[in-house]
Design a protein around this ligand. Structure first.
Ligand code: OGA
Ligand code: ZN
Length: 339
């Protein structure tokens, strides 16, 4: 054990010599080879349980759980600033990571803005609908997506039928309905999942244990995409890691033992009730020229119905993967000297 800057660092050497000189540790190995190690470099690689736990925290920001009352404190950003100001971009990505929901204002009301912001971060993730998603109401016989109806959209995350579902969703409101409705519903599903764990442990156990199938099977897309997963996935520490929730894309195939089918449905209803609880579900009427970005594995979104007679409602959306977002955040953090 050697001591550097007041901390104990375990060092394994059969023989050899160590000397602590200021900011470095000098080692003369048994074969005579000499090495110099920066103390900080060693500390960053320390195997002690405390150092390992701290290191995990260092690379992972703590999630800030929220309910409908976040309306007053929603992290909000200016679109032109995001395109030019690296600090604004970092803060935007930090909000996306920790809160899972950020609002962007002053977005020009024409096409291509989602891609512009996506390219500032990394690049758009392509899927069966293309790279930039169009949401515009169309008659039932021509549309391929329920989002293109004028009906109520139940809260969901996008595309849970992909095993590599998009990490982040960007949604730009180019035109919003002039009438009632078309209001976004936004829910922190992690917050609701922890409430379920507290209030109804059996339901939490069922949704974190058994798998269901999400499916996208459409002749028009020549696609049969299927993801077999849990509704609530936990990490190895038992923390909620991802929620998959899109009831319209849930297959009736379920990987659930027969005697758990009814309890499973009961659990799903209990979770659904918490997601829609007025204290959890934020109602936000987006304005034309605004965009939101959500953590697509966490923040569920939906919208209320609207009247097609009340004018055009036109949205453009796109997706990013977290690897690209985290990479950008780490580079910005280093460049900007953020601790
Ligand atoms: C979607 C969606 C929300 C809206 O297109 O996936 O959820 O406000 N749209 O129309
Ligand atoms: Zn959606």
């Amino acid at each position: 054990m050697v001591h550097g800057r007041g901390e104990q660092v375990p060092v394994c050497l059969a023989e050899g010599q160590l000397s602590d000189r200021g900011s470095s540790l000098y080692v003369t190995w048994p074969d005579g080879h000499r090495s110099q190690y920066d103390w900080q470099w060693l500390r960053d690689r320390c195997f002690s349980p405390r150092a390992r736990a701290d290191r995990e925290k260092q690379w992972k920001n703590k999630k800030q759980l929220w309910g409908a009352d976040i309306a007053a404190n929603l992290p909000t950003f200016d679109f032109p600033a995001l395109l030019t100001d690296d600090r604004a971009l970092y803060d935007f990505l930090y909000g996306l990571d920790t809160v899972g929901l950020v609002l962007v204002q002053n977005v020009p009301r024409h096409l291509g803005q989602v891609e512009k912001l996506a390219n500032r971060v990394s690049f758009l993730k392509q899927n069966v609908y293309g790279a930039e998603i169009v949401v515009k109401s169309k008659p039932d016989d021509v549309r391929t997506s329920e989002a293109d109806s004028t009906r109520h959209l139940e809260i969901h995350n996008d595309e849970p039928y992909y095993s590599y579902a998009p990490g982040v969703q960007l949604l730009h409101y180019i035109e919003q309905t002039k009438g009632e409705g078309g209001t976004s519903l936004l829910v922190d599903s992690f917050n609701a999942a922890y409430q379920l764990k507290e209030e109804d442990p059996e339901a939490f156990w069922l949704l974190t244990t058994f798998k269901i199938h999400f499916i996208h099977k459409k002749a028009k897309h020549k696609a049969h995409i299927r993801n077999i997963c849990k509704i609530i996935s936990l990490d190895d520490q038992g923390e909620v890691q991802r929620v998959n929730y899109m009831m319209i894309a849930r297959d009736s195939i379920m990987d659930v033992p027969l005697d758990q089918v009814k309890p499973f449905h009961r659990a799903l209803k209990a979770f659904n009730a918490l997601l829609y609880h007025p204290e959890n579900c934020l109602h936000l009427k987006m304005k034309a020229g605004e965009m939101y970005a959500v953590d697509n594995g966490r923040t569920l979104h939906g919208r209320t119905a609207f009247n097609p007679a009340d004018g055009v409602r036109h949205l453009r959306g796109g997706y990013l993967d977290w690897d690209g977002v985290y990479s950008r955040m780490r580079v910005l953090k280093e460049d900007l000297g953020i601790q």
